[in-house]
Ligand binder design. Structure first.
Ligand code: GLA
Length: 397
């Protein structure tokens, strides 16, 4: 289980500064970006739809100081390998290592005309990797802020989110949507963020008082860069091409009303029908969940989250046995107000809304149930919604 506080951040800054000084004999600036959970709106972002994520306390920290040459020297406290690249000869595509997220951001900044300077970077990552909590977006965003600080480049955070997404799309090769990078930049303590992934307009939705986010890690891994995620995207694009025949104004599944879906569902190939049906209804559910949360109607939220999970399992087919077991294990536990798989799927975590006074027990009991049914020891994290990315308070040299 996991907690976070201002004090925690100050200690983190001290440790990281000390480590950086030992490695590079300099005083760094430190940037932080959080991981996220998505309450609902799964696989809707790349369909121009709606999502409802919240930033959580797990963060990635990047300590940075300029170098006199054009090298990018990258070390990490947790990830293997140290790297040394020349900014003028960056690899054109991914190398297959975690440093790709750093290189991708550096390449995109350069392509956009930023005069990057050589830098020493030390990465401290505490977002669990491969758990669907968006460790990659956290690393991208913290890196972007760190690299931009060296020439005092100021970009609005919403643009930082977009360039980080571009890095993941073009350099790393995962065709992700904007959700993770956006909430890593714009998250707000105590709130989820209802984001329109087409206009990038968003609304902060307060998480009702007394509710905690209990995140349950199935400890099974997925790898977004592998085929399934990109295949889903292609299937959605195929769906759009069908709907355009019936209404040429349609640009994305977001534009397809439920009525048009119902009218033509039997004209679509069965797999495409299932994918489209998930996305179109999930957009509705996301808007309804935002309304229900605002109204404090947690019974409705529970129903919507459950429907989302069922749809991801049966129609979008991105769940797995472990996620299903974890979701079922939450049913009936005291204080439970709704839960589902969160993130891309194929393993990773579930997110649960749980009344604060029951949260610790809930975490214990769900872990026990899951362990009994799967033989796997899960991890649970008690989280609150946190602020998005920024610089840690600078310490005197
Ligand atoms: C991953 C991607 C996001 C989003 C989710 C599924 O987390 O990075 O852009 O598509 O999967 O909702």
């Amino acid at each position: 289980m996991y907690g976070h506080s201002g004090l925690n951040k100050i200690m983190k800054a001290r440790d990281l500064t000390e480590h950086f000084r030992k490695l590079f004999h300099e005083h760094p600036r430190i940037f932080r970006a959080p991981g996220r959970v998505n309450l609902i709106g799964e696989h809707t972002d790349y369909n121009d739809g709606f999502v409802l994520p919240a930033a959580v306390a797990f963060s990635t920290y990047v300590a940075v100081a300029a170098r006199p040459d054009s090298k990018l020297v990258i070390h990490s406290e947790e990830f293997p390998g140290n790297f040394d690249f020349d900014l003028d000869h960056l690899p054109a595509q991914r190398t297959g290592s975690w440093c790709d997220y750093v290189l991708g951001v550096a390449s995109v900044l350069r392509q956009r005309g930023h005069q990057l300077r050589g830098a020493n970077l030390l990465v401290h990552g505490e977002v669990p990797i491969g758990a669907g909590l968006s460790s990659s977006a956290a690393l991208e965003v913290a890196t972007a802020l760190a690299l931009m600080s060296l020439d005092e480049t100021q970009l609005p955070l919403t643009e930082v989110a977009q360039l980080c997404r571009q890095a993941e799309n073009t350099f790393v090769g995962a065709r992700v949507g904007i959700m993770d990078q956006f909430v890593a930049c714009m998250g707000k303590a105590g709130h989820a963020l209802l984001l329109d992934c087409r206009s990038l307009k968003f609304q902060l939705i307060p998480i009702p008082a007394g509710i905690e986010l209990v995140v349950c890690n199935t400890m099974t891994k997925h790898d977004l860069a592998t085929g399934a995620y990109n295949t889903r995207r292609e299937e959605c694009e195929e769906g759009v091409r069908y709907f355009q025949k019936w209404n040429p104004a349609i640009r994305a599944l977001r534009d397809v009303p439920v009525e048009l879906l119902n009218e033509h569902i039997s004209d679509l190939p069965p797999t495409i029908a299932k994918r489209c049906s998930h996305v179109i209804h999930e957009n509705q559910r996301t808007l309804e969940t935002a309304r229900a949360l605002t109204a404090g109607d947690l019974d409705e939220v529970e129903k919507l989250m459950r429907a989302s999970h069922d749809s991801l399992r049966d129609l979008y087919e991105v769940s797995c046995r472990e996620l299903d077991v974890m979701v079922e294990s939450a049913e009936g536990l005291p204080g439970f107000c709704g839960g589902r798989m969160t993130g891309g799927g194929f393993g990773g975590c579930t997110v649960n809304l749980v009344r604060q006074e029951h949260a610790a027990n809930f975490a214990r009991e769900i872990a026990e149930r899951y362990q009994q049914k799967t033989g796997i020891n899960p991890r649970t994290y008690l989280c609150t919604a946190e602020d998005g990315a920024g610089e840690l308070q600078r310490e005197p040299d």
